[in-house]
Design a protein around this ligand. Structure first.
Ligand code: SF4
Length: 178
């Protein structure tokens, strides 16, 4: 349906790469050698399909700020950080429910694989198979609310751009078939 209102919830650093930990800012290189913020091709794709974008807060900057080193899940496994996660999950969930109630379809949550907070399929640390702390809690709450929102994990590395684009394309194929 062409007029359907849709939104995707994305991890903060997919729009603003400067919130990432020190040393992990990435840019995308086009075939002609030009660089652009990593996320540009993904945003182009979403906008082409008239999908609005909701940027979720970055829980790591709420805890440690911008001046932080890259760390694994063990570093974030503490009560202070869990409290921040609960606040962020509450806010995000409230927004999702508000959109849903007002006929705006939340088509997906897009997180960042490898992140101890926003990893969907895996994160860095002891338990690499599991999701990051933020995504895991969000998945649990979404499931409790029967919201049925899929999660997609992207890898923020220049060599992963093609795979990322494929994942987002598959997501968009699903919605255009509805
Ligand atoms: S916590 Fe999430 S939003 Fe923040 S930098 Fe890490 S992956 Fe990006």
């Amino acid at each position: 349906m062409a007029n359907k209102k849709r939104v995707v919830f994305i991890s903060h650093c997919l729009l603003n790469q400067w919130v990432r930990a020190k040393g992990v800012h990435n840019t995308y290189k086009y075939d002609n050698g030009e660089t652009a913020p990593f996320v540009k091709p993904l945003l182009d794709l979403l906008f082409e399909h008239n999908v609005a974008i909701e940027q979720m807060p970055c829980p790591e900057i709420l805890w440690e700020g911008l001046e932080r080193d890259a760390a694994g899940i063990d570093h974030y496994s503490n009560d202070e950080y869990y409290k921040i996660i609960e606040h962020v999950v509450d806010d995000v969930l409230r927004l999702m429910k508000e959109f849903t109630k007002n006929d705006v379809e939340v088509i997906a949550v897009i997180g960042v694989d490898g992140s101890p907070s926003c990893g969907v399929d895996f994160c860095e640390g002891k338990d690499k198979e599991g999701s990051g702390i933020f995504m895991k809690r969000l998945m649990e709450e979404i499931s409790k609310q029967n919201l049925n929102i899929p999660f997609v994990g992207l890898r923020l590395k220049p060599e992963s751009i093609k795979e990322n684009l494929k994942k987002v394309e598959r997501l968009l194929e699903n919605i255009t078939q509805q």
